[in-house]
Design a protein around this ligand. Structure first.
Ligand code: FES
Ligand SMILES: [Fe+2]
Length: 432
């Protein structure tokens, strides 16, 4: 890769081409449960290189505003949420979720000065257990997202957000790279209660995967992004396709395994060297069981067990992600790192804060990653030139990843009905 393409792909601060592309979409900002009550404690929330704070106001609506108080730049993170806004702890200036200044206590009430002061504030909405934010041009605000999981009631979902200490793109590439499952996640994957392939009803799939360890990878375009397919022979005239959906700018729907809950991911840059890594598990037709939730909270599937009060897992850079050489020797974990999400974090952060893609040697199993990079670059350039970009129309979100046994040999020929979602009644609320 050319150095300038790597820079374009990985930089998302204000004023950058990729930053401008991300700012065209609604993005997951935080889990609704992180702000559990009106007028509770605010959160620091770096997003796309901007220092922001999130708070839930007295009426229960979430505000996402710039962190620095316009008086003398103290952090509103130390502020108090009260009387319909957030009040700076330093001298008491108060702001509402739209960024309006409600009160400057040191000024005479009739001075009119407060009306002239504003802070940057972004529109939010809550759906699918997530507070979404739109950080772009107000005139171009798209309709709310309609990813299948985002339309489900909270009972059907488990959502987590964790910090990874590296650029978003290498985390995203890890999510789109099916070929590492057989290596990095070997042994762990089979045993995992959220993603595992070993249970009885799925024995045919296990047999197929076991019989063909070298799947063929194919990519096909969609209205929102890409289909990423891995094909294995399932019989004389049929193939087992595992088909993942990538939706711009940063969403992934993972191919399902038997009747286990579905998996989705999203990757939102905190800044160029840190990424919010989202994992979502859901059933479209029933609530998650207490057992499923408990396993996810303890780090199964694509989740981690959190250090209390932190957005990082119990494994992290400082403790080698909990790597245990005994697990590696005993063939319990290929790397010795326990848990699928921690294994991903270990290798992704080991690529450097921003991976140097000029030094890579790519092979055919990297086709999906190559296609995703090209799509992101093309979309960023089209956006810069004022052209259309994929994935803004919510109708394009109405798709599903699939594991299917079909006669089609080419990914583009697999019937799209297999990838259609069961979309439930929308249960969202726009908070402008
Ligand atoms: S710095 Fe915020 S009120 Fe003075
Ligand atoms: Fe992985």
């Amino acid at each position: 890769m050319r150095a300038e393409d790597n820079i374009t792909l990985t930089r998302t601060d204000p004023g950058t081409p990729m930053g401008a592309l991300f700012r065209r979409y609604w993005l997951p900002a935080l889990a609704s449960g992180e702000l559990p009550e009106p007028d509770g404690a605010p959160l620091r929330l770096p997003l796309l290189g901007e220092r922001l704070v999130a708070f839930r106001d007295s009426a229960g609506h979430v505000g996402i505003v710039e962190e620095a108080c316009p008086h003398r730049q103290a952090s509103l993170y130390f502020g108090r949420c009260e009387d319909g806004g957030i009040r700076c702890a330093y001298h008491g200036w108060q702001f509402d979720r739209h960024g309006r200044c409600l009160d400057i206590p040191s000024e005479p009430a009739d001075s009119g000065f407060a009306e002239q002061v504003r802070i940057r504030a972004y529109p939010t909405l809550e759906r699918g257990g997530v507070v979404w934010v739109y950080m772009g041009d107000p005139a171009k605000q798209p309709a709310p997202p309609e990813l299948e999981w985002a339309l489900l009631p909270d009972s059907h979902l488990f959502v987590s957000r964790r910090l990874q200490e590296c650029n978003y793109l290498q985390v995203m590439e890890g999510g789109l790279d099916s070929s590492h499952q057989s290596w990095l996640h070997r042994w762990t994957l089979q045993d995992d209660p959220v993603l595992g392939t070993g249970a009885g009803g799925r024995s045919r799939i296990v047999e197929i995967i076991g019989a063909d360890p070298n799947p063929r990878y194919e990519v096909a375009p969609t209205d929102a992004g890409l289909l990423l397919g891995a094909r294995r022979r399932a019989g004389p005239d049929e193939y087992y396709w595992r088909i993942t959906q990538f939706l711009l700018p940063c969403f992934n729907l993972v191919a399902p395994t038997g009747d286990l809950s579905l998996n989705a991911q999203a990757w939102v840059p905190a800044d160029d060297e840190n990424c919010w890594s989202w994992a979502v598990n859901y059933h479209v037709d029933r609530p998650l069981t207490a057992q499923e939730r408990d396993a996810m909270a303890r780090g199964a599937g694509l989740h981690v067990e959190f250090v209390p009060g932190s957005r990082q897992g119990t494994g992290h850079r400082g403790n080698d992600y909990g790597r245990d050489r005994a697990l590696q020797v005993a063939r319990k974990s290929f790397s010795g790192v326990p848990g699928i999400a921690m294994q991903d974090t270990a290798v992704q952060e080991s690529q450097g804060r921003i991976a140097d893609r000029t030094r890579e040697r790519l092979v055919s199993s990297d086709n999906g990653i190559i296609a995703a990079r090209r799509l992101l670059l093309d979309a960023a350039r089209a956006n810069q030139a004022g052209g259309a970009v994929p994935g803004l129309d919510p109708a394009s979100h109405r798709c599903r990843a699939a594991s299917v046994i079909v006669p089609q040999e080419r990914l583009a020929d697999v019937p799209r009905e297999a990838l259609a979602p069961v979309v439930p009644v929308p249960c969202w609320q726009v908070v402008g």
